[in-house]
Design a binder for this molecule. Structure first.
Ligand code: ADP
Length: 296
């Protein structure tokens, strides 16, 4: 049975317990920590994975240390070019299993914030942590492994037009060298989860906008990511299709996957009715557990 969520790393041991990842290259992610230690021995002082640590013998705290949150922004600022501040002193945590809506007007800094999570941009100041580890020094070689643990969904569907829904999702596995049996087993199951079990053989032009976005979600989920990062996923959809996508994101979240949604669509944020982070001028101006869209 296809299980959505892969396991989070233990902040104490660095170990990915009972990983549900089935492919070797994902399991080989463990050396990421070794890599940090090799490249930054004076900064990364935590014990290697699988070693139990006693509290009193823990290494002194440094900016680069495992943290318990799934995502942590530690006083992050981002300056584009010489002096354009897109984010200023952004500081928040996302716990595993949370659903967070990031709202704010156009240009507020929402996309920049998400780009820092999937490491398309680097902070100018501060640290971003993902799954207990700092992204600051992730090497180019390791980036694909990091990104595979984050499912991304954007406003533009970016499906391959000459491939069916099934083939679009299967392709994401093929390029990672997945076994044929795994593809045959997992792809129909994930398309079922997003409600497209009966439209697997349709091409993108034969699907509605909402259905195309569901294929994108299936493709994002096929690597069993720890988190779905959705940047204006309903930006090109009518209200009915938008509601279907938000319902699907809520379902995925109920099945265990953390969701971060950036949107300026009041209706879908209110429908989600989850924690809301308001970004204004690159700063977080509200962090509200009550779940309504607002501009603080
Ligand atoms: P939002 O997603 O809330 O619309 P963005 O994060 O895309 O906001 O952008 C925040 C600000 O940073 C905007 O003023 C935008 O023009 C600027 N910006 C975004 N990306 C770049 C870039 N690569 N170079 C320079 N400025 C950028």
């Amino acid at each position: 049975m296809f299980k959505l969520k892969s396991k989070k790393r233990s902040a104490e041991t660095g170990e990915i317990a009972e990983s549900e990842f089935s492919r070797g290259e994902i399991e080989s992610e463990e050396p990421v920590e070794q890599e940090y230690q090799d490249e930054y021995p004076d900064q990364y002082q935590e014990p290697k994975p699988n070693k139990k640590i006693k509290k009193e013998s823990a290494a002194p705290q440094t900016p680069l240390r495992p943290v318990s949150a799934l995502v942590k922004f530690d006083h992050v600022s981002k300056v584009y070019g010489d002096n354009f501040s897109a984010l200023t002193d952004v500081d928040f945590e996302v716990q595993e299993g949370e659903f967070i809506s990031i709202v704010g007007s156009s240009g507020a800094g929402k996309s920049t914030l998400l780009k820092l999570i999937y490491a398309e941009e680097k902070p100018t100041e501060g640290y971003v942590y993902f799954d207990s580890l700092p992204l600051a020094h992730i090497s180019r070689r390791r980036l694909p492994y990091h990104r595979r643990r984050i499912g991304t969904v954007f406003q533009d569907f970016k499906l391959l037009p000459k491939k069916t829904a099934y083939e679009n999702v299967a392709y994401a596995l093929e390029v990672c060298g997945a076994a044929a049996e795994e593809i045959l087993e997992d792809v129909p199951q994930i398309l079922d989860i997003v409600g497209l079990g009966n439209k697997m053989e349709k091409f993108p032009h034969q699907l509605s906008g909402g259905e195309q976005q569901k294929v994108v979600l299936a493709r994002a989920l096929i690597h069993k990511p720890l988190i779905i990062v959705a940047d204006e996923p309903t930006g090109n959809l009518d209200p009915t299709n938008s509601m279907e996508i938000i319902d699907l994101l809520l379902k995925i979240n109920q099945l265990g996957t953390t969701v971060i949604l950036a949107s300026h669509d009041r209706e879908i944020v209110n429908k989600a009715s989850k924690r809301v982070l308001v970004v204004d001028g690159g700063r977080i101006v509200c962090d509200d557990a009550q779940g309504k869209y607002k501009i603080c």
